[in-house]
Design a protein around this ligand. Sequence first.
Ligand code: UDX
Length: 443
Amino acid sequence: MRISVIGTGYVGLVTGVSLAEIGHHITCIDIDEAKVAMMASGISPIYEPELEHLMEKNIQSGHLSFTTELHFSSADVIYIAVGTPQLPDGTSDLQYIEQASQVIARSLTKDTIVVTKSTVPVGTNHWIKTLIEEAAPEEIKVTIVSNPEFLREGSAVYDTFNGDRIVIGTENNQGREILDDINASFGLPIYHTDLKSAEMIKYASNAFLATKISFINEISAICEKVGANVEDVALGMGKDNRIGDKFLNAGIGYGGSCFPKDTNALVQIAGNNEHDFKLLKSVIEVNNSQRMKLVERAREAVGDLSGKRISLLGLSFKPNTDDMREAASIPIAQELVNQGADVVGYDPIAIPNARSFLPEEVQFKETIEETLRGADVALIITEWEVIKSIDLITYTTLMTSPIVIDGRNCYSLDEVRRHPIHYISIGRPEVQNRFVGNSLNTR
Ligand code: UDX
């Protein structure tokens, strides 16, 4: 099938490349000329495992092309994958959706199918259809389909080919049949529903996952008070199939381009429909305070942070991505700078992006050793493999009096107890070891 994809952000690019990989002819459209030229030469503007390899392969085979030209006359189906960023009041900014709809309407010469991949508030697909039909020549009919995206950054390509389900919300059988055909080669279960329910599934799924994270973070706070271990608690809970063992990792809260934006948007959608979504408001509140936990712990451990050298290990919102959107490192670095600390940051790939997200006072280092040398406190923010695998001896060698505050529970407590280190993690007992004479004194 010939498919045009408007917008080459995370969702648009991964969708376009994956649809090309299963045999469709894809034209990815973006207004950013420099970005289009870069992608046309096989270079991905985002760091995403496997993506560049599939881009190159499908450009060469003639299944994938990139353009700034907004023409859709040869397309059988048009996908909208433009951004829906958050406005200051938490609602979604639909200006790019509106622009895309107008552009589509202007170039339509025949009836067409428009598929919305962007995350949009309930009712938006009906609005898009009306916008296009009103602006298009009178006889043209548009079939609109809601096909929300559930991919995770860092494993977006894997998720597209191995996801749990494809959700297709339609207004008629024609849309349903064509989308079934397009997606058949992914070989994944397809769940069919109406347009509004499909739109809601996306928000409800992200809100539920965010709720799991805030829930386990609240449990971790109680574990710290009563001396329990949140990891064991989560494992024990997860044995119950009704709960499941995924998304129960306590840490410094959720970040990224989806959970913060979509939870805020759902609170707004509820409010606009006279429903006070109290539970989700609490989930957001818990997440905001969870992010500051490492700073509070650092203060408790060393007192006044002014003039203290604090290393941040990992800056992106999660591993395997250079995405800094809503990363916990941002409020953490800002607060440390506000308190007068000397902040040094390391990330295996996100430093170029981090420079524009973190306060200018933050210094960046290319290696873990340079980041830790002479530090008073090390904060583990992102559980990159290279960070999880730092030998604990590295901390004891490079830091004068090593205090490691692990926001991602990267180390086993048994391992930590063998080293002269002050180790604080999330929802687990604190370890405070010192060498006294030749023996290790453990608390
Ligand atoms: C998420 C959803 O998983 C995906 O389905 C949706 O389409 C977009 O949003 P993503 O933001 O890429 O994907 O990352 P994800 O792996 O889900 O993690 C989100 C955040 O939650 C990260 O900051 C991560 O560190 C945090 N998290 C995740 C936890 O703190 N604990 C967990 O147990 C899981």
